[in-house]
Design a protein around this ligand. Structure first.
Ligand code: MLT
Ligand code: ZN
Length: 462
């Protein structure tokens, strides 16, 4: 412990766990981006809200920067501690605090994993419908801080839609109780929504009251192979018109190539440019008939080059693995990730322009496209070619991101759809938000964190 006041902190807050051995610093100092060398001052693991407040007040008094930390599965460097910050990990605050059957809410501590939330909701015969592949490791506090999206946004919306209330410890150590689970509350600014997506720059989420939904209906899963993105959009519109879509996810042949290289069986004998995993609600025979008719309709028009409808849960899970396994299969290539959005209707034009530009300017890169069609959200992963040095790779990828940012501007899109801005996308925030908007954000940050100790350097500079 290098900071002389850390001993004071330890003495004054009985029960606060403070860690500073090198393995812990390494572990808690990085997130899934793996680009920065972890160098935190120490790790504070509070057990309750009062301890969080005490740590934040100590940090303010001693001018120590805090990095709020959940499951650190983020992909934008929002939870990286590489500059002597105190990591404030919510890992010990991971319990369900209450369930209300009338309100249909679950109140939880921020360190609970998304999967544990799913299980707790299911235990009460209900569902928490936000879902994505990192569910077993990511925490609800981190989901709130990034307004996490995922594979069911098309049906249920982002995390924001499911937060009935939250408690926030601001940069001054003040505890704000925001929303309080009220369905209607027309009493001025909804500060809860400022905290959601603020990436730890306004304070630390210390409790959340989550709305719950009806349990999911039985579903049917399909994998389709498609000749072009234009056709893919026709299929999307047609299926959405005829059926209740629960998810509609796409990936390219390169994505499938990497998933299969990681293990698994090719779904079709031929390779196709695009694939879709679609899931539909099946609430009776009529849905079954409608699904088969929709499948036939798409096949007759030669939109679908090949397709399979899952026969049972095991095959449905197998088809989903082709989509959900992409991130893991790419991880060993240390990909440079872009997570962009445009309006759904603008996707074909953006994708065509961006693919042509990247192919022309960066032919040496293996670029893997996948994402959430219903949300206009495209993941563009650039893989490091063998023999290219890491620093050169990042430098060239930043040029790729610049090119994407310019293209996005022409299509009215955003440089971050669901991963946040963090450190990785900070240089390109002005391509998505106007200078006036960023100035307003700076002002809000100054009010809630006047000493600038909450996750400094992330999102935008002071
Ligand atoms: C996904 O959709 O799989 C996630 O956003 C993760 C990723 O982009 O790698
Ligand atoms: Zn995603």
């Amino acid at each position: 412990m290098t900071h002389p006041q850390l001993e004071v902190l330890r003495r004054n807050i009985p029960g606060l766990r403070l860690e500073a051995d090198p393995a812990e610093l390494e572990h808690y100092g990085r997130d899934w981006t793996r680009r920065w060398t972890p160098a935190p001052l120490a790790i504070a693991l509070p057990a309750d809200v009062e301890q969080v407040q005490a740590v934040v007040r100590w940090a303010g008094a001693n001018s120590v920067a805090i990095v709020p930390s959940g499951g650190r599965t983020g992909l934008s460097g929002g939870a990286v501690a590489a500059n002597g910050e105190l990591v404030l990990s919510l890992a010990r605050m991971n319990r369900v605090l209450g369930f209300d059957p009338i309100d249909r809410t679950l109140t939880v501590q921020p360190g609970i994993t998304l999967q544990a939330v799913h299980e707790a909701a299911a235990g009460h015969g209900l569902a928490y419908p936000v879902d994505f592949a990192a569910r077993g490791s990511c925490s609800i506090g981190g989901n709130i801080a990034t307004n996490a999206g995922g594979i069911r946004v098309l049906r249920h919306g982002n995390t924001r839609e499911w937060i009935a209330g939250l408690k926030l410890v601001t940069g001054t150590g003040e505890l704000l109780d925001l929303g309080r689970g009220l369905v209607k509350n027309s009493s001025g600014y909804d500060l809860r929504h400022l905290a959601i997506g603020s990436e730890g720059t306004l304070g630390v989420v210390v409790e959340a009251t989550l709305k719950l939904a009806d349990p999911p209906p039985p579903t049917q899963v399909m994998l389709l192979a498609l000749p072009s993105f234009g056709v893919l959009m026709e299929v999307f519109a047609e299926l959405r018109r005829r059926l209740r879509l629960e998810a509609f996810e796409f990936f390219t042949d390169r994505a499938l190539h990497h998933v299969l290289a990681h293990g698994g069986q090719a779904p079709f004998s031929d390779v196709h440019p695009y694939y879709v995993v679609a899931e539909f609600a099946m609430r009776g025979e009529a849905d079954e008939v409608a699904m088969l008719a929709a499948f036939e309709h798409c096949t007759e028009r030669a939109w679908v080059a090949d397709g399979v409808i899952a026969q049972g849960e095991a095959q449905a899970a197998q088809l989903w693995r082709l989509r959900e396994g992409i991130t893991e299969s790419l991880a060993r290539h240390a990909p440079y990730k872009n997570d962009v959005s445009v309006r759904v209707s603008a996707m074909p034009a953006f994708l065509a322009e961006a693919q042509a530009l990247l192919g022309r300017e960066y032919p040496e890169f293996d670029v893997v496209w996948f994402g959430h069609v219903g949300d206009g959200n495209l993941h563009i992963n650039v893989l490091r070619p063998g023999g290219m040095d890491g620093a050169e790779f990042v430098g060239r990828c930043e040029q790729v991101t610049r090119l994407l940012a310019e293209t996005l501007q022409r299509h009215g899109g955003s440089i971050s759809a669901e991963h946040g801005i963090g450190l990785v996308k900070k240089p390109w925030l002005p391509s998505t938000r106007s200078e006036a908007e960023i100035e307003v954000m700076r002002g809000i940050r100054r009010v809630l964190d006047p000493r600038g100790i909450m996750n400094p350097g992330k999102l935008f500079d002071p």
